[in-house]
Design a protein around this ligand. Sequence first.
Ligand SMILES: N[C@@H](CCC(=O)N[C@@H](CS)C(=O)NCC(=O)O)C(=O)O
Length: 214
Amino acid sequence: MKFFDSFGMNPRTIRFYLIEKGMDLPRQEVDILAADNRKPEYLNLNPAGQTPALALDDGSILSETVAIMEYLEEKHPTPALIGRTPEERAKTRMWWRRAEINICHPMVQGFYYAEGLDLFKTRIRCLPEAAVGMKERARDGMRWLNALLTGEWLAGDRFTVADICLYCYIDQLCDAGQPMPTECKNLQAWFERVGARPAAEQSIWKERPMGMRG
Ligand SMILES: N[C@@H](CCC(=O)N[C@@H](CS)C(=O)NCC(=O)O)C(=O)O
């Protein structure tokens, strides 16, 4: 296997996950700031043109952060970061999807349409007029999640991929125009708990473009 890695919340999610699993994979770095991921050499390998990607031992390429983690988890089930039973796995996937749909996706759109506009306007369709609304939708998602958070982690008493994924988005963008609403005390406490795990620091990319931890 080979992990195509770069700056950014999605590859950082994989780095965080691998550290938590105690796994090390051969890595190849891709410079997404220089748009190397949009050039033929990378596109021939991964036509979807983004990071992360995972080259499998049969020579095929897997992309999408969720699919990569599901694959790695099936290959290396312990320590379980999705769940040990069908019920645990279903609950993790419920929280993972909620976090992605209600917070991560609007957050990253808000970034593409504002702070990230210069970098992304030639790569994807950007809607600068929607930036403020997307950021507000993400903050609504944070308020919603804040009210539902009762346990230590998103899925209750188990630290899971849902925590890793949401943390990497919030940590990258909270100082880039998308602070957590101050009234979200439960979410803030959760964020600090995830941030105290050694993998949070260890997974940060070596460079911090625009000051971001990606
Ligand atoms: N849906 C993809 C999104 C991947 C993604 O947005 N990757 C970013 C880095 S965090 C990227 O490659 N950005 C550079 C670009 O789109 O040109 C996933 O979940 O893996």
